[in-house]
Design a protein around this ligand. Structure first.
Ligand SMILES: Nc1ncnc2c1ncn2[C@@H]1O[C@H](COP(=O)(O)OP(=O)(O)OP(=O)(O)O)[C@@H](O)[C@H]1O
Ligand code: SF4
Ligand SMILES: [Mg+2]
Length: 397
């Protein structure tokens, strides 16, 4: 069956101005979302994962224009939401709903459950043609409460009278109330007890089948999205690093960051034991403010360094003009022979050789000088790395 795109995000950017002071020489922009593109097809669940601060929530919030996009297109049902004025957004504010991580903060504490759920129904005038809209709305609210596993008598209560799981059910009922097409679920289960998480996920899946919903499901760890997602996008510092179907992403991750993320998931399944070699992520996460033109993952990537050995005659030639990946300390003299990320001049190279360094990691130049684009490496498997093919074939020197 032909898949129909419901949401096409094209080169989306969202920068936050972090310039301090009126007379600052240079503008400082935090690149929370930096040129990302992906498509979500009708009826599917697209998972978005990545560590804290990588821009997942900003992506979700920009899609619904809670944040004004800095650049790019958000094509929903054929219409570019990024280019339409706020006054024309109302119908899309109904069609795209959000469910949040913290169901307490996202529910108005002073409103009853009925008022919370009715708000969208009233704003979008969904029952305006009914003879008795008030009664029809109340009936609809009872029906919604029942469908999320709550009871009629809960309708007159306030959010603080419920448990976390129940509050999330109210959040889901509120989203469903306006018959949306797309629901952006921003870590909807992260704050819930493990026993409740499965119930909420199952419920979301049932609603997807019953109402033909499409989900953008945000989570910070891969184990959470695997079960629910058809396809997954992996984000790192405002960029999409890899996009593939869930199965392919788990069985054949190609991006070094995805490999690292997956290797840190404990795998209780004995079948996977040999896969369980953990790749420990080292190195600093660079600042998302005015990022450099290089691979965002370069400072932590296991493949972005080259080991040069001192038993070759051309050791000196191989290190001069490169950047050191590690710091070498002369403890006797209390000084650094070379520092991490330092440009190796002829003089520093001589110092390294004199100190008797046997081998040295240097930075792989391309990783540190050019940003890789997200490219389709295999059908429907997109990867943003300069060396995907070499890493895949194991030929990277
Ligand atoms: N309203 C804002 N103003 C300024 N900076 C912001 C704003 N919202 C987010 N940021 C910054 O943008 C970056 C991305 O944040 P975002 O909340 O999108 O990350 P996230 O992936 O959702 O993280 P988490 O897993 O912690 O929820 C962070 O560096 C954050 O500090
Ligand atoms: S481009 Fe370089 S640093 Fe980036 S993921 Fe690929 S190998 Fe690693
Ligand atoms: Mg978030």
């Amino acid at each position: 069956m032909e898949k129909k795109p419901l949401l096409e995000v094209r080169n989306l950017k969202k920068f936050f101005d972090k310039t301090k002071g009126l007379f600052a020489r240079e503008k400082k922009y935090l690149h929370a979302v930096d040129d990302i593109s992906f498509t979500i097809y009708e009826g599917e669940t697209f998972g978005l994962v990545g560590e804290s601060g990588c821009g997942k929530s900003t992506t979700g919030r920009t899609i619904v224009k809670l944040y004004e996009p800095t650049d790019g297109q958000i094509i929903f049902d054929g219409v570019d939401l990024a280019s339409i004025p706020e006054k024309d957004m109302l119908p899309y504010r109904r069609k795209i709903q959000m469910i949040f991580q913290d169901p307490y903060a996202s529910l108005n504490a002073r409103m009853t459950v009925t008022d919370i759920i009715a708000e969208g129904i009233v704003t979008h005038k969904l029952f305006k043609d009914h003879d008795d809209p008030e009664k029809a709305i109340q009936e609809r609210i009872y029906e919604l409460l029942e469908s999320v596993g709550l009871k009629k008598e809960h309708a007159s209560r306030y959010p603080h009278e419920f448990s976390g799981g129940q509050r999330q059910r109210i959040g889901i009922a509120r989203a469903l109330a306006v018959n949306p097409k797309l629901i952006i679920c921003d870590e909807p289960i992260s704050a819930l007890d493990v026993s409740i998480q499965a119930q909420v996920v199952n419920m979301l899946e049932d609603f997807q089948d019953d109402f033909g919903l499409t989900y953008l499901f945000i989570a910070h760890d891969l184990s959470m999205v695997k079960y629910i997602s058809d396809r997954i996008g992996v984000m790192y510092l405002g960029k999409l690093m890899e996009v593939a179907t869930s199965d392919v992403l788990y069985d054949r991750p190609l991006h070094p960051y995805t490999k690292a993320l997956l290797s840190s998931i404990p795998l209780p399944d004995p079948e996977h034991e040999d896969k369980g070699k953990r790749i420990v992520l080292q190195g600093d996460v660079p600042s998302p403010i005015n990022p450099k033109d290089r691979c965002r993952f370069a400072t932590r990537c296991n493949y972005s360094k080259i080991l040069v050995k001192n038993d070759d005659d051309d050791f000196r030639d191989k290190i001069v003009g490169k950047f050191a990946r590690e710091t070498v300390i002369d403890h006797d003299q209390h000084r650094a022979v070379v520092e991490e990320n330092k440009y190796i001049t002829e003089e520093i190279a001589d110092g390294i050789i004199e100190f008797g360094v046997k081998e040295l990691y240097i930075n792989r130049a391309k990783c540190f000088s050019k940003e890789p684009e997200l490219k389709e490496y295999e059908k429907e498997h997109f990867v943003a790395c300069h060396f995907t093919e070499e890493i895949d074939k194991g030929t990277l020197e």
